[in-house]
Design a protein around this ligand. Structure first.
Ligand SMILES: *Cc1c(COP(=O)(O)O)cnc(C)c1O
Length: 461
């Protein structure tokens, strides 16, 4: 299995190379050269299996020679051992034909743990073989940072550096990044929003001298291995509800388009997904793009669902690659246009996208009302991101079961949840002490050279 760049001008890599590399050297994102499929029989055989077994069967066709089968099974077992629910991704019923996929039972209470815990194991195994030392730099709108820190803290041959937008993450999110005491963990508060953090991260990857000097590795959802890990729960949820004999749809609270793109891969692998519904908050570039064909960022407005406060959705580039029939030059062209303000999606590509994706946008008031109503109607306390998903899903209910992804635990966003319901969600016991431990954080300006200087100094310890 070879991996190729969405912009068509970087060398093809193996699975482990693509995982360790992150961004391709032509600025593109890696994708498998062909998407393996599972037969109807193979898909129906997944129903009722332990989560870890489904992980193995779904990701194995993508990993090539990187890991022996028994080794891979062992790494998968370790990745999910720290989850607080034996089902890992339990499915809860909200209404006759509407279900909630709870993805917040991992160690940092957001769906990011599903991928980060797994790539933490896979990267460690790859580094143990090569003897290399790497610097992981990640940009976060809140949840990727804590999940990466949790997965990599204390490791010998890894430094983990997280750029988060100063003042734009919840207090729980910030403390999850600033309170770990392991010396290989470095939280940097950057002046700007998430798009700023992600742009500086991409600049670092495109500075090849720096990239090679510090042996830069990326764990944002630009990393293919992360997307792959997220494909799995689409299979567990759909087969639990009758796939492949029955079609299902998914509604996904979306920011960087990583989670929903994993659903697209599941669909291409043969899972009968009717519609993937993109749910956005007031930062609705994806909803606008799918509605009008114009992809044009217009500035982030902070919301009560901060992990989705994004206007430049990296993984949308992967969807565009398929919508443009694998034409890397066409993708490179629109990405070039994006630098000067935005681009128009071609009619053919737009139709291809609309074949799979629907979309909706939810205001702040509707988000709060959805949290309140769901608690009253079902007893389920939603985080604001999950509420955005539920609200959009309700506008897209059809004859097939609708599954909304619940992307974070309400206790990560206690202020917004309390404001909506009067009820303050409690942190689970394993996170006691979060508010009393000392914080370690470095404030850095929105400046590539300044960030690189801090990183050089930190990894020289
Ligand atoms: C990261 C995140 C999202 C957005 O996921 P993408 O893969 O970036 O689209 C939604 N909700 C929560 C809670 C998140 O942490």
């Amino acid at each position: 299995m070879k991996y190729i760049s969405t912009r068509g001008a970087a060398p093809a890599l193996t699975f482990d190379q693509a995982m360790m590399t992150g961004l391709a050297r032509d600025g593109g994102l890696y994708l498998p050269e062909t998407i393996p499929t599972l037969s109807e029989g193979e898909i129906s055989a997944l129903a009722g299996l332990p989560y870890e077994e489904v992980v193995f069967r779904v990701i194995r066709p993508f990993t090539g020679d990187a890991f022996a089968d028994d080794e891979l099974k062992g790494l998968i077992a370790k990745a999910y051992a720290g989850f607080n629910h034996t089902a890992r991704a339990p499915l809860v019923q909200l209404d006759a034909n509407h279900f909630l996929l709870e993805l917040f039972h991992g160690p940092t209470l957001a769906f990011k743990d599903f991928a980060m815990q797994l790539i933490g194991q896979l990267m460690q195994a790859a580094l143990a073989k090569s003897g290399e030392r790497i610097t992981i730099v990640g940009a976060t709108s809140g949840d990727t940072g804590s999940a990466a820190i949790e997965a990599f803290k204390g490791l010998e041959n890894v430094d983990v550096i997280i750029l988060f937008p100063h003042g734009r993450v919840s207090e729980v999110q910030r403390r999850q990044m600033t309170t770990p005491q392991e010396p290989n963990v470095h939280a940097l508060a950057v002046d700007g929003d998430f798009d700023t953090c992600q742009a500086r991260l991409k600049d670092m990857f495109n500075d090849f001298a720096f990239r090679d000097e510090v042996r830069l590795a990326g764990v944002n959802s630009i990393n293919w291995a992360r997307v792959l890990a997220q494909v799995v729960y689409y299979f567990t949820a759909a087969t639990a509800l009758g796939a492949p004999a029955r079609e299902v749809s998914f509604a996904v609270p979306t920011g960087n388009f990583g989670d929903i793109f994993a659903g697209y891969i599941a669909r291409r692998m043969g899972l009968p997904i009717k519609t993937l519904v993109v749910a956005t908050n007031q930062n609705d570039i994806l909803h606008r793009a799918l509605t009008t064909g114009e992809y044009r960022p217009d500035g982030v407005v902070p919301s009560i669902s901060p992990s989705m406060d994004i206007q430049v959705s990296s993984n949308f580039e992967r969807a565009l690659f398929y919508a443009y029939d694998g034409d890397g030059a066409a993708v490179a062209q629109v990405m070039e246009e994006l630098k000067s303000g935005g681009f128009r999606i071609s009619q053919g590509a737009l139709e291809a996208l609309r074949d799979t994706f629907a979309s909706g946008r939810v205001s702040e008031e509707e988000t709060a009302a959805t949290i309140r109503d769901m608690l009253a109607e079902t007893g389920e306390l939603l985080c604001p991101h999950s509420a955005v998903g539920v609200a959009v899903a309700k506008a897209h209910l059809g004859p097939e079961p609708m599954i909304t992804l619940a992307t974070a635990h309400p206790a990560k966003f206690p202020d917004a949840v309390e404001a909506a319901t009067g009820q303050r969600p409690e942190l689970p016991p394993h996170m006691a002490g979060l508010f009393t431990r000392g914080e370690r954080v470095t404030r850095v300006g929105n400046d590539l050279a300044a960030l690189q200087a801090v990183i050089r100094e930190r990894i020289a310890r």
